[in-house]
Design a protein around this ligand. Structure first.
Ligand code: NAD
Ligand code: UDP
Length: 333
């Protein structure tokens, strides 16, 4: 029996697929390469030391999905495929609703036809919006997101909840990721943003590599100890382990945070990076970025008690691994 990993050559999907393999699972990958490429698959195979089952295709195509379920013995799906750029989702909302919401709907319909009952979904801490105060607990109100990307995640959560309410033979888990950073310890796979990065860590590593002149720190007048926003950064390897545990402990419909429970400020991450790598990050304080919440970090009790999930890697290690990946990617660009 295999686990189908959609978005399997993307940043989180590639790490999770390798982790599942490491833990003795068989995996089948699906990706349309809209935000990754065949080179990632090659490097994943180098790390795994074996060929991987891979389909190039789109979750929007029912024929492709049916072919996979007819050919492979799939017992569960971990669903990463989706578009994820917050700013772009404001410019192109319909692309986001089509790809993320309609794509997931299509996938769920095909899964239903083939009787596959185990489903794990990549949700996001962004669904907490600005109504609740950190630490965010899974039972706090969600929704009311400030951008179409966040809305798609929330709509999909509702869709999954309704599906389970209609048929409780499903096992459905929505994982709300906090801020995944870091890379595989081999340095061979990691996050590859196209164009200028929007997220903090890839921006820092590109400044460190000399590809960008300086970091703009979006706001230093927040009500936090150093005035900059606080986020819960989690190593992508820990996140990957969270998916293994989620799959092994599926029972009914559940939502779990995947975070460390510890907040780090923007300037805190800059210092941690400088200490871990010995590379100076020039920065200047800029205006606040519209839509940013001041403080976001996870309540981790539910994932710890019900999944046995505990993040292992600290921010220093996240910085070291992100930097190793940035240097590898530059050497192989
Ligand atoms: P990613 O862009 O690196 O990976 C997504 C992969 O899905 C890409 O390889 C892309 O080519 C593929 N894809 C996109 N649309 C597809 C489609 N229609 N059919 C087939 N493949 C498709 O992103 P990621 O950082 O690995 O994120 C994975 C999931 O986790 C996404 O759903 C994202 O919204 C969610 N998430 C990410 C973060 C984060 O900070 N990275 C945080 C919270 C949630
Ligand atoms: N940030 C920043 N400069 C950048 C990118 C991000 O100061 O070039 C800040 C951003 O305002 C936020 C934090 O870093 O406070 C994390 O941003 P990211 O986009 O990585 O995550 P998110 O805000 O989506 O949680």
């Amino acid at each position: 029996m295999s686990i189908l990993v959609t978005g399997g050559t993307g940043y989180i999907g590639s790490h999770t697929a390798l982790k599942l393999l490491e833990r003795g699972e068989r995996v089948v990958l699906l990706d349309n390469f809209s935000n990754s490429g065949p080179d990632v698959l090659t490097r994943m195979e180098e790390i795994a030391g074996c060929a991987l089952r891979f389909y190039r295709g789109d979750i929007l195509c029912a024929d492709t999905l049916s072919e996979i379920f007819r050919t492979e013995d799939v017992e569960g799906v971990v669903h990463f495929a989706g578009l994820k750029a917050v700013g772009e989702s404001v410019q192109k909302p319909l692309e986001y609703y089509r790809n993320n919401v309609a794509g997931t709907l299509n996938l769920l319909e095909v899964i239903g036809r083939f009787g596959v009952k185990n489903f794990v979904f990549s949700s996001s801490a962004t669904v907490y919006g600005s109504r609740s105060v950190a630490p965010y607990r899974e039972d706090m109100p969600a929704g009311g997101c400030t951008n179409p990307y966040g809305q798609t995640k929330y709509i999909i959560e509702l869709m999954l909840q309704d599906l389970y309410a209609s048929d409780d033979s499903y096992n459905i888990t929505a994982l709300r990721y906090f801020n995944p950073i870091g890379a595989h310890p081999s340095g061979k796979i990691g996050e590859s943003p196209s164009g200028v990065p929007n997220n903090l860590m890839p921006y820092i590593t590109q400044v460190a590599a000399g590809k960008l002149p300086e970091l703009r720190v979006f706001g230093a007048d927040y009500d936090t100890p150093d005035g900059t926003c606080i986020r819960d950064y989690i190593h992508v390897e820990d996140l990957a382990e969270g998916h293994v545990l989620a799959l092994r402990n599926q029972r009914g419909f559940n939502i779990y945070n995947l975070g460390t429970g510890t907040g780090t400020s923007v300037l805190g991450l800059v210092s941690a990076f400088e200490e871990a790598t010995d590379v100076k990050i020039p920065y200047r304080i800029a205006d606040r970025r519209p839509g940013d919440v001041q403080t976001s970090f996870a309540a981790v009790t539910k994932a710890r008690e019900e999944l046995g999930f505990l993040a292992r890697f600290d921010v220093r290690r996240m910085c070291e691994d992100s930097w190793r990946w940035e240097r590898y990617a530059n050497g192989h660009a």
